[in-house]
Design a protein around this ligand. Structure first.
Ligand code: ATP
Length: 478
């Protein structure tokens, strides 16, 4: 949702009463992850690096390494499949990041997409007003140094730049702060080109930019991020039913992805959080190591956006229902809006586990294992020859070549086999295949399962079918 509203201190306690759990949920974080461990593993294993690190880093921006981009693509792919392939009434779109500046006047972003900011005159620290303790705010005293605080002022979160050679006000352009508006301005094009009939949806994955002041907690809140948004167009009057339907579907989706369901809950927006256009709004919150935080919003945006675009563009945004005697109306919109990069952080935290696997009294007793769903794991299967010599490496590479058309594979021949398993556990690889001397004799390999560490011996010809079966039947035990 784009017009940000934060609960005021007087309503913060009241808001906690409208948190709606769907399953037995935890009160406190009980997992093994900490933000420090996640950040360090992400860097060590090539999931996420700090942007421009050699220059001291760029705050609010992160780079996705070899495992990170695979994970990000799989999360995006799973969402895309869920929203388009599995729904006959939803189509996709990839709109430009740069849009006509009138778009953002119509949407209300130019006027309203602001955060309330307060500065300390002494130490120069900057805070969002809602994050300052009540007593400090009342006394206008800095929570960090006790210095005098400025009055609250509105700070627009849109990145503003210029298009073309002249840097004047006629050439102002914004980096989009949400992908939704690209969908609204194209909704008539899509109806015409694809013969869509209401109710129908448009899905989009893309970058969004917000000039966030507080960007702590790794990739949770960044200035450049990606969104997974779906806008569903419905007849006015049918909006409440569709709103509830989409809440159900989005909840079921996380269950299907294998997310720990006791780490999810609903949070309904209170009246002072609700954007002016929204009739109802619920967030799906996840229990991160730093506490419950928003993961995705499901919003009933009414006919606000399309009405505003009619007003600002002069174009008729009404839907003409040919099956109902050419009845005309501006559709209502149900939005499901999740952050792709924030979902990636959630998946990292959700998958992270530490397990005692031996009792020798050294560091090797413990393994760190990323329990990704096999559909999301950056590497599905790793090929490990027991030795480099005697033709085992060649044999393992041949098997890899046979599997790589259908699975994301890796190959590792360096170090003791136990260490190689640990490396794959940390990367979240659900299956390892070891090739040894017996393979040369009878063509069998060892298939090792990440979660249980169980090993089975099977003919190499059966590998592909077995992997497919295991992926389909996967259920997380821990
Ligand atoms: P928040 O309250 O966390 O700032 P929001 O209510 O402003 O989020 P929306 O505008 O509803 O968020 O955006 C939809 C989703 O996009 C959010 O649920 C979140 O997952 C993601 N998102 C929003 N802002 C950011 C950001 N700065 N960095 C990463 N992801 C973000």
């Amino acid at each position: 949702m784009y017009i940000r509203k934060y609960p005021t201190s007087s309503t913060k306690s009241a808001l906690s009463t409208i948190i709606i759990p769907m399953a037995e949920q935890l009160n406190e974080y009980s997992g093994k992850a900490t933000m420090e461990k996640i950040t360090s593993l992400a860097k060590r294993r090539g999931f996420v690096f700090q942007s421009s690190e050699i220059y001291g880093g760029q705050s609010g921006a992160w780079d996705y390494g070899p495992l990170g981009i695979e994970l990000k693509n799989r999360i995006a792919g799973a969402w895309w499949k869920e929203m388009t392939q599995l729904h006959d009434d939803i189509v996709g779109l990839d709109a430009a990041i740069l849009m006509h500046p009138r778009t953002w006047e119509a949407s209300g972003h130019v006027e309203n997409f602001t955060d309330p900011l307060v500065d300390c005159k002494k130490c120069k620290a900057r805070f969002r007003e809602d994050q300052i303790p009540e007593e400090n705010l009342a006394a206008r005293k800095c929570p960090e140094c006790g210095g005098e605080m400025t009055d609250t002022r509105k700070f627009n979160l849109m990145f503003k730049t210029h298009i073309g050679a002249a840097e004047d006000s006629a050439n102002v352009i914004y980096l989009r702060p949400e992908t939704a508006q690209g969908i609204y301005v194209n909704y008539k094009n899509i109806i015409q080109s694809n013969r869509m009939k209401i109710p129908f949806g448009i899905a989009q994955i893309g970058k969004a930019f917000r000039n966030e002041i507080v960007t702590k907690n790794f990739i949770f809140r960044t200035c450049e991020f990606e969104q997974l948004e779906m806008q569903f167009f419905v007849k006015p009057g049918g909006d409440e039913e569709w709103f509830n339907e989409w809440r159900k579907r989005r909840w079921a989706y996380y269950e299907k992805m294998g997310v720990k369901m006791d780490h999810l809950r609903w949070h309904q927006h209170g009246s002072d959080e609700l954007a002016h256009y929204a009739k109802d709004a619920y967030d799906i919150q996840y229990l991160f190591p730093m506490g419950w935080r928003e993961l995705e919003g499901v919003h009933n945006r009414t006919d606000f956006d399309l009405k505003r675009h009619t007003e600002y563009s002069g174009k008729d945004m009404q839907y003409i229902d040919q099956d109902a005697g050419n009845e005309r109306y501006i559709p209502y919109i149900i939005e499901t809006s999740a952050g792709l990069t924030r979902t990636l952080l959630m998946i990292l935290c959700d998958a992270y586990d530490e397990e005692k696997v031996a009792d020798k009294g050294n560091d090797d007793d413990w393994r760190t294992v990323m329990r990704f769903h096999p559909n999301l794991a950056p590497i599905t299967v790793a090929l490990l020859p027991l030795m480099k010599k005697d033709g085992l490496a060649e044999l393992a590479k041949d098997i890899r070549n046979e599997l790589k058309e259908d699975f994301a594979t890796d190959y590792d021949q360096s170090g003791a086999i136990g260490r190689r398993y640990r490396r794959q556990d940390e990367a979240g690889t659900p299956f390892c295949v070891t090739v040894d001397y017996q393979t040369k004799e009878d063509g069998t390999v060892t298939l090792r399962f990440r979660d249980s560490m169980e090993q089975v011996r099977i003919p190499k010809e059966e590998l592909a079918a077995r992997l497919r079966k295991e992926i389909k039947a996967y259920k997380r035990e821990r």
